[in-house]
Every structure is written in C-alpha cells, then in structure tokens.
Design a protein around this ligand. Structure first.
Ligand code: DSN
Length: 426
C-alpha cells in the first residue's frame, strides 16, 4: 500500500469530505420527507462501504467468470435466500444496480423490441420506466397507458381492461412512484390473462410495507415483480427481481449479460444485511408505524385545509394539491426546503400545470419513521408545513420554522457518529 492509499477521506480529498460533512448535517437536522428515501442502518452502511467494492463477480453463485468469488457467492446466496424468505417468490435476482435496470431486465426477459406495453401514466402516478417516451421503455417498446379516474383519483380498472383489449399489450405493468392507494393485483392479473400479456409489477415504493406485512403482496399475482431496495425496504440503493421458476433463466440472462456486467458486490452484501433486518419482528413494527404516520399526516394536512389526492393514503405517501391554495409545487418545495423540510414537487392527476411547475407535492413518512417519529410528530410537522407554505415569501419566518425543525430532528438522532465527521466550519 502506498502512503496515499492510506490517507483518510478528509486528508486525501478535502472537497469531497466537506460535501459529505455538509450532507451529514443536512440529513441530521432536516426532516426528510421524500417518499422514496430512507435511512439505512449502520450495518447496511458498513457493508455498502466495504471492500466487496473491489471484487468482480460476473456470473451467478457457483458459476462465475472470475476467480476468488467464494465470499461473493456467500453474500449473494444470503441475499437471494433472505429475499425469497421475505417475499415468497420462487426465484430472485439480486444483481440489478437499480430499479430502472430491474425493470429493463424484466421487460427484456419477456418482450421483443417493438412489443406493446401498458403502464400507469407518469402524470397519474406511474414511473418513467413504465413507458415514458424519454425512457428506454418508451423507445424500445410501444407504450400505452392507463390512468386514474377524474372523480375518485383511483386507478380505473375498467378503462385499463378496455385499453388492454384494444391494444393487446405483451406486458401490463403495475406500480408507480406517486400512487397512494392499494392496487387490485388480482384484477390486473385477470386482465393480463384475458389478453395474453405478462403481468409485471414494480413494487419499488411499497416493498418495505409488503415485507413488513402491512400491505398486500403483488408477488403471488405477477409473473415478474421488480423493486428497488432503498425505499420503504430500507436497504442500499439498488434493485431486485422476483419471478417463477419458469422465467428464472430468462430473467437471469436479461440481467447479466443482458443489461449489466459485474454486480456491485458491496451493494449485494448490503442487500443481504438489509433483508435480514426486514425479516426481524421490529421491521413489522416499523412498516406499520410508517403507514400509521402517513395516515395521521394526511388527515392533519386535511384539517389544515389541504386537498389530499384521492382523499388520503393506504401506504407511506400522499400527494398534496397545493395549487388549490394558489401555490405551485415548485414554490412549495422551495419554501419547505428553506424551512428544513425536504419534499418533492409532483404532478397531480389531470394537472393543468407543467411537470416542472406542477400543482402538487409528494410527501412520505418512511425516513422519519426510521428516526422514531410517531403520530404526535406528524401532527406537529403538518402544522409546520401549513405555516411554511403560508409564509413562503417570508424568509425570517421560514428560518424560525427551520430552527424548530432542527430542534425536533435532534431529538431523534440518526447515526451514532452524528457530528464526528464534521471537519468543516458549519
Ligand atoms: N425516483 C423514484 C421516486 O422518487 O419515486 C422512483 O424511481
């Protein structure tokens, strides 16, 4: 090892170290309410930052294209076995680097270029990889979309069926990134059977709720289920695919060598750790509290006069129509950010405003629930959200809320090394 190789991050690269220190403080002192984010455990963090990052392991356990993979096999087998135990699928692939790559692989396993796919419209809560024209999914395949009903803001399964009969998709895709309600998995499978399509469900947002037993599972219904591992599931940033034995070989081939080269073994190791955590009884408590917190937050925001899309939530997220109060989602995101509350602007169904200045914000509870926050904190946060939006042009008022937010956040510490790495003057 050369001397330089032994330097700490702060010594070797003060610029990156400083950014990391600032990010550490930001995560500790703010309220993270982006519905797709969470805080991993120290153990997951340790595995993700481990020397498995040094290892190439193209192939699968027991049949690799590189030597020295015996411990890579151990962690990949642990991740596979634990994922199967959590979700009950017959086959699992833990190598996708992300949810997008999991979806790309799932499609490649069962579709040909040019085949028709039917997914939930992004503007109605879907995801880019479910057929958006700017995503590979809208370029490689012929996308068609179903939507939510204007009156209920719930998925219109009758419309979905009519479109499926008309368009004859090869795959019907469920799941999305901004749908706050339960899905009718059985009906979707029935429609898929009727038109001879594969049913692919992307459970990225709800995977942790499914793992925790507080949300129905798509796995028994879908031919292929994909997910990210870092949202409610609280693992490292990555993806995962579950399927029946009949599609196992096609899925594995689609991931490697189809979409990816070597798996990120440090991340696969971190997945194994996170999956063991998700199998523990505490994770069920966590998942239940995440949903309970979301329900209280939604009703508290309603009491404060906000319209919640579809009238509430069944999961960890909600969409708030801020434009009804004359505020753009982009303005709301900025004002809340200045008050120490991180959310993202989001289109709402039938939005009359453009995606970069939409009518809504998306708010979620997974990260705050990991910090230990419960119903009383949700009520308090709803009050701050309301106040901050009222005071969106008043910097001093937003700064005062930011102080209150930091005080609350500090009562729910995150990592034990909280301030230790802060090498910069903040
Ligand atoms: N970007 C994710 C989300 O925020 O929901 C989806 O991939």
């Amino acid at each position: 090892m050369t001397d330089r190789m032994a330097l700490s991050l702060a010594q070797a690269d003060p610029d990156v170290a400083a950014a990391l220190d600032h990010e550490t403080l930001r995560q500790h002192e703010g309220l993270e309410m982006i519905a797709s984010e969470n805080f991993v455990s120290e153990a997951v963090l340790e595995a993700a930052g481990s020397i498995f990052t040094n290892k190439y392991a193209e192939g699968y356990p027991g049949r690799r294209y590189y030597g020295g993979c015996e411990y890579a096999d151990v962690v990949e087998n642990l991740a596979r076995d634990r994922a199967k135990q959590i979700f009950g699928g017959e086959h699992v692939n833990v190598q996708p680097h992300s949810g997008s790559q999991a979806n790309a692989s799932a499609y490649a396993a069962v579709l040909q270029t040019g085949d028709t796919i039917l997914g939930l419209d992004l503007a109605h809560g879907g995801h880019l990889t479910h057929g958006h024209r700017l995503s590979f999914s809208g370029k490689l395949y012929r996308p068609t979309f179903y939507q939510v009903r204007r009156d209920t803001e719930l998925i219109d399964y009758d419309e979905l069926e009519a479109i499926a009969v008309r368009e004859k998709p090869k795959a019907i895709i469920g799941g999305g990134s901004a749908y706050p309600r339960l899905w009718d998995f059985a009906r979707m499978r029935q429609i898929a059977e009727k038109v001879g399509a594969f049913y692919i469900f992307d459970m990225a947002h709800i995977a942790g709720l499914v793992a925790g037993g507080v949300h129905p599972s798509p796995v028994p219904h879908a031919h292929i289920t994909t997910t990210t591992t870092h949202k409610t599931l609280r693992g490292p940033r990555a993806g995962l695919i579950l399927c029946g034995q009949d599609l196992a070989a096609a899925v594995d081939k689609a991931v490697f060598p189809g979409q990816q080269g070597g798996p990120l073994m440090h991340i696969v190791a971190a997945k194994a750790v996170a999956f063991a955590e998700a199998l523990r009884p505490e994770f069920r408590t966590y998942a239940a509290q995440t949903v309970a917190n979301a329900k209280v937050l939604a009703s508290s925001l309603q009491e404060a006069g906000f319209r919640i899309i579809s009238g509430g939530t069944d999961n960890h997220l909600m969409l708030v129509d801020v434009f009804e109060k004359g505020i753009l989602g982009s303005e709301a995101e900025l004002a809340l950010g200045n008050a120490g509350i991180t959310v993202n602007k989001n289109s709402i169904p039938y939005d009359t405003n453009p995606p970069l200045k939409p009518s809504g914000i998306r708010v979620g509870t997974p990260a705050l629930t990991t910090r230990g926050m419960k119903e009383p904190e949700m009520r308090q946060i709803a009050t701050w959200i309301s106040k901050a939006l009222d005071a969106r042009n008043d910097d001093a008022a937003l700064e005062r809320i930011r102080g209150d937010v930091a005080e609350l956040a500090n009562q729910f510490p995150l990592y034990a090394w909280k301030r230790a790495p802060l090498a910069v003057g903040v």
